[in-house]
Design a protein around this ligand. Structure first.
Ligand code: HT7
Ligand code: ZN
Length: 879
């Protein structure tokens, strides 16, 4: 496969002004008539019109009314090139595709008998021939024709201009989008669906029609998505002065979808997982996911759609910025300081758990990649979450107001343009009168920087000298790195745990100072420091780095008890836990993976006890503080890791907490019940989270009482959060009641696809579920590899979330992985390729495991027929 490089960017030879599309929709043979008006691009050279087309059949081609023959064009390698064209062209193209055979879910496909499209990144070329690149922006008119009984609803981007009846029971709808857009934002839906709709008054007094479309029977699950949409619209008006530019905004849910959702102009298409919710079927986390994803897609209307990407290397321009915006929205929706901090802690955990390993592995790439084989492989945690961290750093450097000035300038300069990450950086720099040249390295250098700090208090001079030292490990193709521009937020705590006032260079910097580290090593001197402080470095996780410092347990306990910055307070607890996890994992491994005679110190238990019972702390924060780093995060810290040793250590700590804090856990369980009607608000979900982590610790050391508690919660709960938590606790406690509860759960929810996904997922991730059990589950009538949510809920959940069984010493997990990657690849390369990434970190494992992982990778790589998606991942893993 061919590698595409950012440096090879060339502007398009022709620009497209208008696109008129006609669809005769038929699952077995859809005919697409495409009429384009093009003009030669003065910024490019050449007279060849270059169009993309994939898995479609060309039927007819006319240029300015003349039918083109074989000598006029070349059709090869998914490219249609018309050799010589005049300056102004009307191109008419007729082609055919077969939606019912499209299992890739890219382009036009059929799901549950309905038609949907997915065009980002390169799916439009699977619908018609077109210069399918984001810097070609055009105005679209779309005529949809289909059988009325089977497809009563016909939707596309923009406004409905006309609809009516045709012969033979068919009908039509004509849609027009008044905004120029790139082809990846095109969408159509032809389906039997119903909708919840509402008229919503916008800030400028206009009324917009909001619709949420779902399959019949699901209208009882659309309220939260609708409410989230209205909140998002209001928030963008208030926070950024950005208004909805459409008369109609539609969300449509489909159960077959490769990702979370898609921001097509005015016609967002969503995975049902991020639309459908009511208390019976959705957990607090599901509700949070819906709010965040609805907001994310809505915010794309400005950051992505009005201002889009010049090329796919710039993906983070829209994704990093939009993730940052949805993160800020989520925090503002909660509204309290601790609520804000808890969302920040969630973000930090995601980054550490997923992005740091990516940055240290074979697929490491800069936020703005330099090359790719398959763009679909670059919708990554680096582009999204690290990209959001990069955007957040502008706000940390310039403040909320400075950031807003940068955003205003960005839209003033680039509305309706396709631009680069550099344009965003320039707007931020110019709006704030700052030189951000060095900041560019966050976009161009891969790898997670390591930030070391050394602090020295001078008791005579009353100074505290903080030395900051940065480095960045090599990544593929980037052996050496230059220093980053890093905002480091710092506080100093006195012995009583209070914040000291910070004076640097005679300037009072308040109690948290944002230091700007630009060199490999830099020293900052705080004056008037009258006692030995404990430094709280990287407050609020002010930069996406690994922080190292010589913390003593006493320092960490001090921070864990007193830090006014909740993120660093939580962080101190995580460090205390991590040191115990690493020590016990080492001991377990040394004893041949035996949990016998492991010991957990009273200091740690006491720290956990204190946070558990501290009623001055928000329950949501206490839950975060009690949650141990995952097995995956611990494994990342150990060279030649044996996942079983990590599992034993973590389970031991969980059981020990469960046993030694038993009475406190029981008290908190009772104290955090949420009687009355269910509500997904932050305060209630925080209480449920604390109650349910208490239940899970109690059942890590199960006895009759804890099992009865879980069983009672499972039987009596009126909401999915509590039902699922109780079921997980029963499964984890390994009691016979678990099997019965699983049966009851399935019987009750077998007609709720998203709950059945949970049922598969809970089993897939249970350490008691081995490969044989997963294979048995794959034979369950409800299982299919063709539905991405279902495939992920069993196969990917096992390979990614069940480390102890996936890494079984006999290699059975790896053989299973290879088999499933190959099987999935034949159906859906995007889903297969994500599963393929389960092996990314194979070189970190114990030698015996490494060898078998390598063999499994080689088996996949050795397949003759493999998608570019999977081939890129396994080739890079083996390189
Ligand atoms: N911008 C959307 C990305 C997306 C996507 C990409 C590749 C393949 C399928 C896809 N579905 C959606 C989603 C987003 O970031 O908002
Ligand atoms: Zn996005």
């Amino acid at each position: 496969p061919q590698t595409i490089y950012r440096k090879d960017y060339n502007p398009p030879t022709y620009l497209v002004d208008t696109v008129e599309l006609g669809f005769d929709l038929d699952p077995a043979r859809t005919v697409v008539a495409n009429r384009l008006t093009l003009r030669r691009n003065p910024a490019a050279s050449g007279r060849a019109i270059e169009l993309h087309g994939e898995d479609i059949e060309l039927v007819a081609l006319r240029l300015n009314g003349k039918t083109l023959g074989g000598a006029d064009y070349t059709l090869a390698d998914n490219r249609l090139v018309i050799h010589e064209a005049p300056d102004d062209v009307v191109l008419e193209i007729e082609s055919v595709c077969v939606p019912e055979q499209n299992t890739t879910l890219s382009g036009l496909y059929v799901s549950n008998g309905n038609f949907f499209t997915q065009c980002e990144a390169e799916g439009f070329r699977r619908i018609t021939y077109f210069p399918d690149r984001p810097d070609v922006m055009a105005k679209y008119t779309v005529m949809l024709r289909a059988d009325k009984a089977r497809y009563p609803v016909l939707l596309s981007n923009g406004n409905l201009i006309q609809e009516g009846e045709l012969d033979d029971g068919r009908h039509y709808a004509l849609w027009e989008d008044s905004f120029k857009k790139p082809s990846y934002l095109f969408a159509l839906v032809a389906a039997k669906l119903v909708c919840q709709e509402e008229t919503f008054r916008l800030a400028d007094g206009r009324d917009a029609l909001l619709q949420v479309w779902v399959e019949d029977g699901n209208l009882d699950k659309t309220d939260y998505a609708m409410q989230s949409l209205k909140h998002s619209i209001r928030w963008d008006e208030e926070k950024y002065g950005l208004e909805l530019d459409l008369d109609r905004f539609m969300i449509v849910a489909t159960s077959d979808f490769n990702m979370g959702a898609m921001e097509n102009k005015g016609l967002n298409i969503f995975n049902t997982k991020f639309v459908l919710a009511n208390p019976r079927v959705a957990t607090d986390v599901d509700f949070q996911g819906i709010e965040a994803v609805v907001a994310h897609e809505y915010f794309h209307n400005w950051t992505g759609n009005r201002v889009t990407c010049r090329d796919w290397f710039q993906l983070s321009l829209k994704e990093g910025l939009t993730v940052f915006r949805d993160q800020e929205f989520t925090a503002d929706m909660i509204g309290t300081d601790t609520g804000r901090a808890v969302t920040r802690i969630d973000q930090v955990r995601t980054l550490r758990q997923h992005q740091f390993p990516e940055d240290a592995g074979p697929m490491a790439h800069p936020v703005r990649p330099d090359s790719f084989v398959e763009i679909n492989n670059f919708y990554t945690v680096t582009v999204y979450e690290k990209g959001a961290e990069v955007v957040r750093m502008y706000q940390t450097l310039f403040g909320v107001e400075g950031f807003r000035k940068g955003m205003d300038l960005y839209f003033e300069r680039h509305d309706e343009q396709a631009v680069e990450c550099d344009d965003f950086r320039r707007a931020m720099a110019d709006a704030n009168g700052r030189d951000l040249t060095q900041f560019e390295r966050w976009y161009s250098q891969a790898g997670t920087p390591v930030l070391r700090f050394e602090g020295r208090w001078d008791e005579t001079a009353h100074t505290y000298t903080l030395k900051l030292i940065q480095s960045c490990p090599p990544t593929p193709g980037q052996p050496q790195k230059l220093p980053f521009h890093i905002p480091v937020a710092v506080g100093l705590l006195d012995a009583a745990g209070n914040d000291m006032r910070l004076v640097v260079d005679s300037v009072d910097r308040g109690t948290t100072a944002v230091l700007e580290l630009t060199q490999a090593e830099q020293t900052f001197v705080f004056t008037d420091v009258k006692e030995q402080p404990v430094a709280s470095v990287l407050r609020g996780f002010s930069a996406p780095v690994v922080l190292q410092g010589s913390y003593t347990d006493a320092d960490l306990l001090h921070l864990f008890s007193h830090d006014s910055d909740p993120v660093n307070r939580w962080e101190a607890g995580q460090r205390l836990a991590m040191s115990r996890l690493l020590k016990l994992a080492g001991e377990a491994a040394a004893k041949g993976n035996s949990g016998a005679s492991l010991n957990l110190d009273e200091t740690f238990i006491e720290a956990m006890r204190k946070v558990l019972v501290d009623e001055t702390l928000d329950p949501a924060f206490r839950e975060q503080a009690l949650l141990l780093p995952s097995e995956g995060m611990v494994a990342e810290q150990i060279d030649g890791v044996d996942p079983l040793a990590v599992h034993i250590a973590r389970q031991f700590i969980r059981a020990d907490i469960g046993a030694r804090l038993r009475s406190e856990l029981l008290v908190q369980y009772e104290a955090n019940l949420t009687p009355g009607a269910y509500s997904p608000d932050a305060a209630s979900s925080g209480k449920r989270a604390l109650k349910n982590i208490a239940l899970s610790y109690l059942n890590a050391a199960p006895d009759d009482e804890s099992v009865a508690l879980a069983q009672r919660q499972f039987d009596d709960a009126d909401n999915m959060t509590d039902r699922a938590a109780a079921l997980s606790a029963l499964i984890a406690s390994r009691v016979p009641e678990a099997a019965d509860a699983l049966d009851v759960f399935y019987q009750e929810f077998q007609n709720e696809a998203l709950v059945v996904d949970k049922w598969f997922m809970m089993q897939a991730a249970a350490p008691t579920t081995d490969v044989a059990a997963v294979r048995a589950l794959m034979r369950h009538p409800a299982f299919t590899l063709r539905n991405p949510n279902r495939a992920r809920s069993l196969v990917a959940a096992f390979c990614m979330n069940n480390p102890v069984q996936f890494h079984a010493p006999d290699g059975s997990g790896y053989a299973f992985w290879a088999e499933q990657v190959i099987a999935l690849d034949a159906l859906n390369p995007q889903v297969a390729s994500r599963l393929a990434r389960a092996m990314d970190r194979w070189r970190r494992y114990a030698p015996a495991l490494q060898e078998q992982m390598k063999a499994a990778l080689q088996r996949v790589a050795g397949q003759g027929k493999l998608s570019n998606d999977v081939r890129e991942v396994v080739t890079k893993a083996l390189a």
